[in-house]
Design a protein around this ligand. Structure first.
Ligand SMILES: C[S@@+](CC[C@H](N)C(=O)[O-])C[C@H]1O[C@@H](n2cnc3c(N)ncnc32)[C@H](O)[C@@H]1O
Length: 180
């Protein structure tokens, strides 16, 4: 997939099947995951690395600033495991680390979000998922302007696509990218 940065340039993001994060060619990339996941990975290289880091409200302030923070396939996990309000807090804190762009991927199956009291949308119906995502992001990050970036292939039968939104800041300077 291509992600457009605030300056109009495009970076190509390849999302691997395993939980290693992603590669962005030509940019410095920092991938983050839990220690038990990172310990299974091969070492990184000059432009790509994955570090063990538990993301929570206490740890996020220790992260540096990045041009772009990508929250790929993790938003629904936080909602399911920690609840909607904690997920909002984490995304809000991480947005402060994104000087230019924040990308968030939204799952298209209600079951991925745990057991919501009421259905969030019709499963795999992308327009209602987009409405859910737009509302969630608008309430959580009112200082960002978000736009629909496209659909991201997921599982051919259960969940063919995920929904990607990108939010832009108007100011920022660091030339790094942080992947979650
Ligand atoms: C479904 S995987 C997606 C991995 C990768 N972003 C991708 O798109 O291929 C979600 C990952 O987020 C990690 N994760 C979830 N909550 C986390 C947290 N609080 N801190 C660090 N990693 C977390 C999980 O361990 C899991 O490997």
């Amino acid at each position: 997939m291509n992600v457009e940065l605030a300056d109009g340039s495009l970076v190509s993001v390849v999302i691997p099947m395993f939980q290693a994060g992603a590669w962005i060619m030509g940019f410095f990339v920092l991938g983050i995951d839990r220690r038990e996941i990172v310990s299974r990975l091969r070492p990184g290289n000059a432009r790509r690395s994955v570090v063990a880091f538990d993301v929570d409200a206490g740890s996020i302030p220790y992260l540096p600033q990045f041009d772009c923070v990508l929250l790929l396939s993790v938003h629904h996990q936080w909602v399911a495991e920690q609840g909607d309000s904690v997920a909002r807090k984490l995304v809000s804190l991480l947005s402060e680390k994104a000087e230019k762009t924040l990308v968030v991927e939204f799952a298209c199956l209600n079951s991925k979000y745990g057991q919501p009291q009421a259905a969030l949308f019709d499963d795999n119906d992308h327009e209602p998922v987009r409405e859910y995502a737009r509302g969630w992001l608008g309430e959580t990050l009112p200082d960002f302007g978000f736009e629909f970036l496209g659909l991201n292939e997921e599982h051919p039968i259960d969940e063919p696509f995920r929904v990607l939104f990108g939010g832009h800041r108007t100011q920022g300077s660091a030339l790094n990218l942080c992947l979650q």
